[in-house]
Design a protein around this ligand. Structure first.
Ligand code: UD1
Length: 347
């Protein structure tokens, strides 16, 4: 198991650190003793979300010259790459936006790292790379076959990372120690939800389309109703099943991934979920229960690009990193999300 003490005094660049998952992770990194530099273009992030101990630079993760100069100026030892677009339906209607901002930006960022000798890279990948898996829970060894441009942009970045890592392995005389080689951990997120328990951080993405966020907005009276996108899926109650993971448990996985790389660990691709699925109807019932608000629900057509059921097999993350999630209770996830929606800083 990688020790988090390896993170103390490390210089870490976090792209998208003003966003939802990036801000929770940046806070945990600061608490672990890291010197954090956040790069964010504020497309969907917020200044208030960045810990005050971090250095905040407004800029683009795909700006090769900017990133290369930050890497050298701040003696960066690892990059954690969150920046990117995440709205699946939008990726279907505007695919090049996703390839420009996810695939191409990642390419430039990886190029800046190799040029500057930064060899530790943690990437926000997605369960969307699996598409519609033939069996669930899905393990990392399952074939990848994304069904939307968002998932394809994530998979292409995984491939670039793999090819880059392999290029170092193929020239062993140049890279004799593991630390001399470019290595990465790609974390395949399932459905990230919830907010920090102290109520200081949470999801504030404008026009967010995530189910729990949308339901909490309805519970707070900011939406008239919640639409269920499809009730004719081949699932027990006809609605899609997902594996919801609390954002702070997910953030913890990033710290463990960094510690693994600093210890000389090999490149890894790891699922991040709990392995338990909830249907859309079950989630809406949970949000109603924790909020005490009986908001309206309407049943509508299926949304483009949605697989019927997606749950993770998280064994590898648990075994390799001794990841110990503490916030699995779905009511607790919905409770923190609702508290944030009601009283959070974005109000
Ligand atoms: C998708 C990605 C995930 C990514 C996330 C980011 C896939 C398989 N997963 O998750 O990797 O991190 O987007 O945005 O592509 N729903 C409703 N009504 C709503 C909102 C959602 O019924 O108002 C349903 C959706 O149809 C889906 C489920 O709730 O079945 C979850 O949707 P959402 O929260 O948007 O996440 P995913 O699309 O599963």
């Amino acid at each position: 198991m990688p020790s988090l003490s390896l993170l103390k005094n490390r210089n870490i660049l976090v792209t998208g650190g003003a966003g939802y998952i990036g801000s929770h992770t940046s806070r945990q990194l600061v608490n672990a003793g890291c010197n954090v530099v956040v790069v964010d273009n504020f497309y969907s992030g917020h200044r208030w979300a960045v810990p005050k101990e971090a250095l905040l630079i407004e800029g683009d993760a795909g700006d090769l010259e900017l990133i290369a100069s930050l890497l050298s100026e701040h003696h960066i030892e690892a990059v954690v790459h969150f920046a990117g677009h995440i709205v699946v339906p939008e990726s279907v209607t505007d695919p090049l936006k996703y390839h420009r901002n996810n695939t191409c930006c990642s390419l430039n960022l990886i190029a800046a790292c190799t040029r500057s000798g930064v060899h530790n890279f943690v990437f926000s990948s997605s369960a969307a790379v699996y598409g519609i898996p033939s069996t669930i829970p899905v393990a990392e060894t399952a074939p990848t076959s994304p069904i939307n441009p968002y998932g394809r942009s994530k998979l292409m970045t995984e491939w670039m990372l793999e090819d880059t890592a392999n290029s170092f392995i193929s020239v062993p005389e140049v890279a004799t120690q593991p630390q001399d080689r470019f290595r990465y951990v790609a974390l395949r997120y399932f459905n990230v939800a919830g907010a920090s328990q102290d109520g200081l951080l949470g999801q504030a993405t404008p026009n967010a389309s995530h189910l729990i966020k949308v339901a909490c907005e309805a519970a707070c009276g900011r939406r008239e109703s919640v639409a269920i996108f499809g009730t004719d899926y081949p699932t027990p109650d006809g609605t899609c099943i997902r594996d919801y993971i609390h954002v702070d448990d997910l953030a913890q996985a990033h710290l463990l991934a960094l510690a693994h790389l600093f210890a000389g660990g090999s490149s890894e691709i790891l699922n991040c979920g709990y392995g338990t699925g909830f249907s859309v109807r079950e989630i809406l019932a949970a949000v109603k229960e924790v909020s005490g608000v009986n908001f309206s629900i309407i049943e509508t057509e299926r949304r483009l690009g949605d697989p019927p059921a997606l749950t993770s097999d998280p064994h590898r993350l648990k075994e390799l990193f001794a990841w110990q999630p503490t916030l699995q209770d779905i009511r607790q996830i919905c409770k923190t999300a609702y508290k944030w929606e009601k009283t959070g800083l974005m109000n």
